[in-house]
Write a protein that binds this ligand. Structure first.
Ligand code: NAD
Length: 491
């Protein structure tokens, strides 16, 4: 049965009869449908969120009271972990253990922001003034109605990164999940319904980017847009936000470098590179997609990387032992194949992979792929591929590695590996990226800031930075005297 929309605390139909098929990427079969919401549905959802913000209890509740509900949401996500993980596997294709990890992390995100919601009750900041006739404080208040638009690579987790801090702050929200993977967001709607979140505080509306996403980003009732997705869509959202000066945060794409110096342990480097690019089929914004290896160990490292990549078990996400599932859908699959083809036509050489595994006739499967010998201006080296494709290049001097790493329009993440701590710290500070890993790649912590430099985005999610995305800061200044101020009337 087609799922409905969750608006104003109720399950409602759309004014349109359009449906979007949900396809299992490992079988290419349609197994469900979601509603393709239109601009009227978005309008209803934004009005519900507006009403809940302007007249409902949510923004005025104590942070500690909101925290109780956030913890209940976390507990229900944990209770339904297996069901949510199975849905994520069917919808997105990722291996089951990775899906389980996502769900645990989503629950953890709600618990983390429950703690931060409590901390808001004690967050007024006294501002000492030189003029002692006045007392002044800065207070934090919820920003208003937020519109959240998210991608398909970590469906429930990306929802949690936006919903949890927004609710903790006291905002209300309309969430539009990706049309490619909406099922776990709809379970989240069931969960918030069960815990009796006040009606309209969280509205979940499925639909395409062109219709529902556009209507949400252009709606005058939305105060803040929180977007995660590609750079071109981010630019569209930014233009839509400009019309009414909406507050905006953007988490966009990446082409993240990993610099490996010759004193590194080669096995450890190969393992982190593989985790960085093959985890989630390489459909990770911070994926380790450009590897720079000091020339003296380049042949040895490449040989080990190719050997290990060829051993990865490819299969459906629900099959035990699968380490690489299918790409999310036909269009992403074709996009990745075309990127490889274009790169090769411009001089890149396939060291391994690049093709559908012979034994898997159905499903959007691609072998783990290692590309070498490309020039720096080759699109495979410069553009985000968002698939299990890593480009590897040698370097000779540290300064050259840093220059090559920074030669990108993206700046989401980067990594450096060496046994020389001073060098790691020096290089980490020179890398133009919002996240830099030393001697590892990808571990992500809810407590720490996440976001990009350059075209990888604006603002930071996670940690207290994530909460701040949904807060306004108000100055309250009091004149502590009964006497006239003395500009016009002198006593
Ligand atoms: P996408 O930009 O195609 O879509 C993202 C969302 O935007 C979807 O919900 C889509 O429906 C919506 N959308 C599309 N067109 C729209 C429009 N005109 N107006 C409003 N909404 C619109 O991205 P995707 O393919 O779903 O996700 C992959 C991208 O996301 C990659 O570039 C990846 O790097 C990025 N990403 C970034 C982060 C991060 O934290 N920086 C995390 C995950 C993914």
């Amino acid at each position: 049965m087609t799922k409905q929309l969750y608006i104003g605390g109720e399950w409602v139909g759309s004014t349109s009869s359009e449906r979007i098929p949900v396809i299992n990427p490992s079988t290419e079969e349609v197994f469900d449908y979601i509603v393709a919401a239109n601009a009227d549905d978005i309008d209803t959802a934004v009005k519900a969120a507006r009403e809940a913000f302007d007249s409902g209890p949510w923004p005025n509740m104590k942070g500690a009271e909101r925290a109780v509900l956030l913890r209940q949401i976390a507990a229900k996500i944990t209770e339904r972990k297996a069901e949510l993980a199975r849905l994520e596997v069917m919808d997105n294709g990722k291996p089951y253990p990775e899906a389980e990890w996502d769900i645990e992390d989503a629950a953890g995100t709600f618990s983390f922001y429950a703690d931060l919601a409590e901390s808001l009750d004690d967050s007024d900041e006294v501002i000492p003034l030189a003029d002692e006739r006045f007392s002044c404080k800065a207070v934090k208040e919820p920003l208003g109605v937020a519109g959240a638009i998210i991608p398909w690579n970590f469906p429930l987790l990306m929802a949690a990164w936006k919903v949890a801090p927004a609710l903790a702050a006291g905002c209300t929200m309309v969430l539009k999940p990706s049309e490619v993977t909406s099922l776990t967001a709809l379970v989240l709607a069931e969960i918030v319904d069960e815990v009796k979140l006040p009606p309209g505080v969280l509205n979940i509306v499925t639909g395409s980017g062109a219709d529902a996403g556009r209507a949400l980003s252009e709606h005058p009732g939305v105060d803040k847009l929180a977007f995660t997705g590609s750079v071109p869509t981010g630019a569209t959202i930014m233009r839509a936000a400009a019309t009414e000066i909406k507050n905006i945060s953007l988490e966009l794409g990446g082409k993240s470098p990993f610099i490996v110096f010759a004193d590194s342990d080669i096995e450890a480097a190969v393992e982190w590179i593989m985790f960085g690019i093959f985890w989630n089929q390489g459909q990770v914004c911070s994926a380790t997609s450009r590897v720079l290896v000091e020339a003296s160990i380049y042949p040895q490292l490449l040989e080990r990387l190719v050997e290990e990549a060829a051993k990865i078990t490819i299969g459906a996400g629900h099959e035990a032992g699968t380490l690489l599932g299918p790409l999310v859908n036909e269009s992403q699959y074709q996009k990745v194949l075309t990127a490889i083809e274009t790169g090769v036509a411009k001089g890149a050489v396939i060291a391994c992979g690049g093709q559908r595994p012979a034994e898997l006739k159905t499903g959007y499967y691609l072998q783990p792929t290692v590309l070498v010998d490309m020039q720096e201006n080759n699109p495979v080296w410069q553009e985000e591929i968002f698939g299990p494709v890593v480009c590897v290049k040698p370097f000779t001097a540290e300064s050259d590695a840093v220059r090559m790493a920074n030669n990108s329009r993206f700046g989401l993440a980067a990594a450096v590996m060496s046994r020389d701590d001073e060098r790691c710290d020096r290089v980490a500070r020179q890398l133009r990226a919002g996240i830099v890993w030393i001697n590892c790649s990808q571990p992500t912590f809810t407590e720490a800031p996440w976001g990009g430099y350059k075209q990888s985005g604006i603002g930071r999610e996670l940690g207290h930075w994530g909460l701040n995305n949904y807060l306004e800061t108000k100055q309250i200044t009091k004149y502590d005297s009964d006497a006239p101020w003395g500009w016009y009337i002198r006593s």
